[in-house]
Structure formats: C-alpha cells, structure tokens
Design a protein around this ligand. Structure first.
Ligand code: CDP
Length: 223
C-alpha cells in the first residue's frame, strides 16, 4: 500500500485546497473525502425517499464513483464530473446529516480504501481520515483556524464581501456544521492523538502548504 497522508480538520479550515497543493508539490494523488459525502447528498436531495437504502441504490444506479482527473481523484455522477453539483448551499446544508448515517460512512470508506493503490502516495483530507479510515497513516495533520478566519476564507472563496454581517452569519453556519460533525456517534471530528496540529489563522496559504510539505519530506524521507 502506498503511504497515506491524512489531513483532517473542521469546515473551511482550508483542508482541500491545502491537500491539493501539497499533493502537487510531492507528486502524490489528492482525494477529498468530503466530496463523496457531498455526492451522496446530491443523490439524497434528488430522492423523494431519502432513506439510507434508497441513497445507496441511487449511488449504484447513477454511478457515483471516484475517477482520476489530472492529480486528483474526484467524484463522478451520471458519467460526468460532479464537482459543480456538490458545492451548492443546499448540499452544504444537508451534508452533515447525511454523513452521520453509519451505512453511508461504510459506503464511502470502502471507496476511500480501495482508491489507495499503486506506488504513488495519497494525500487524503476529511474529518476522520487519521482517526477512523486510515489510523495507520504515515503522517496525520490536523488543520484548524479561528472561526473568524475560516468564515472570512469561505466568503472570499465564494466571491462575497467579508463585511461584519456576512462574517457573523457564515461563522454561525460553520459552527453549526462543526457541532454536528464533532458530536455525532460514529467517527466524530476530532484530532488523532498522533496528529500534528497546525493552526493556520495567521498563516498564508503558501506557508501552510510549505509547512506540511516539509513535514512529509522528513517523515517519508523524500528528497
Ligand atoms: O469543505 P468543507 O470543509 O465545507 O467540507 P467537506 O470537506 O466538503 O465535507 C462536507 C461534510 O462531509 C462535512 O461537514 C462532514 O459532515 C462530512 N465529512 C465527514 O463526515 N467525514 C469526512 N471524512 C469528510 C467529510
């Protein structure tokens, strides 16, 4: 099995963009596990019956699967890249509820584990990668940032002005999702005991990517 680098952390901590840049820097494959939970949520939203068996049936029928696009493993649905469809506010509002269901977590985990093959290292980001999916990952990083910094980044990412009212509303939405993700019964969001904690509140994107790349090079003894 190739080395796995787990990057976990709360909503909008910058995991996915950081993990993608880190993977590019070390020639690894990037896999954003949240994208699969978002893919299942797209299916749930399309169903009248949102029961777990109905969602799993829809995933098989509509072919929700990971495919390699450049250096990333991304979710495909109905034979095309699901990316634009998984980032809507409707999906974001429902995804924590969907991802709290044990059989759906097992469905995702089976796909995450079978995606790790070949010789190329895999950088995987999520909530439970270092604690539940790959407890033996070669390196675990727990990425965090203050609620204010995370809300600001999310607004800027969406092209919205980070004025005080928007910042407050976005921080409240993030806090609600963090609460749901941290208090669920199965694989809650938490830092693994052996994860390196990186608070990026006052770090530039380049610095946080550089810090993780250095950690990986040391741990994996890469040139
Ligand atoms: O990018 P953002 O921080 O908004 O979240 P995401 O990584 O796209 O994940 C969306 C949601 O999927 C999270 O809020 C969790 O409820 C769930 N998730 C999870 O339960 N376990 C993971 N390994 C990844 C995501």
């Amino acid at each position: 099995m190739p080395p796995v680098i787990a990057i976990d952390g709360p909503s909008a901590s910058g995991k996915s963009s950081t993990a993608a840049a880190v993977a590019r820097a070390i020639g690894a494959v990037h896999l954003d596990s949240g994208a699969l939970y978002r893919g299942l949520t797209v299916l749930a939203l399309d169903l009248a019956d949102r029961s777990v068996p109905a969602i799993i049936r829809a995933a098989d029928q509509r072919g929700l699967e990971l495919r390699r696009v450049a250096g990333d493993l991304v979710p495909f649905l109905d034979g095309r890249d699901a990316e634009p469809r998984i980032r809507t506010p409707e999906v974001t509002a429902l995804v924590s509820e969907v991802s709290a269901q044990a059989p759906l977590r097992e469905w995702v985990n089976a796909r995450l584990r079978s995606a790790v093959q070949g010789a190329q290292p895999v950088v995987m980001d999520g909530r439970d990668i270092g604690t539940a999916v790959f407890p033996d990952a070669r390196l675990k990083v727990f990425l965090t940032a203050s609620p204010e910094a995370r809300a600001r980044r999310r607004l800027i990412q969406r092209g919205e002005a980070p004025d005080p009212a928007r910042l407050e509303a976005e921080a409240a939405r993030l806090a609600e999702r963090d609460h749901l993700d941290s208090t669920r019964a199965i694989a809650p969001l938490r830092r693994a005991a052996d994860a390196v904690l990186l608070d990026t509140s006052d770090m530039s994107f380049e610095r946080q990517v550089g810090a993780i790349v250095r950690l990986i090079r040391t741990t994996l003894q890469l040139p």
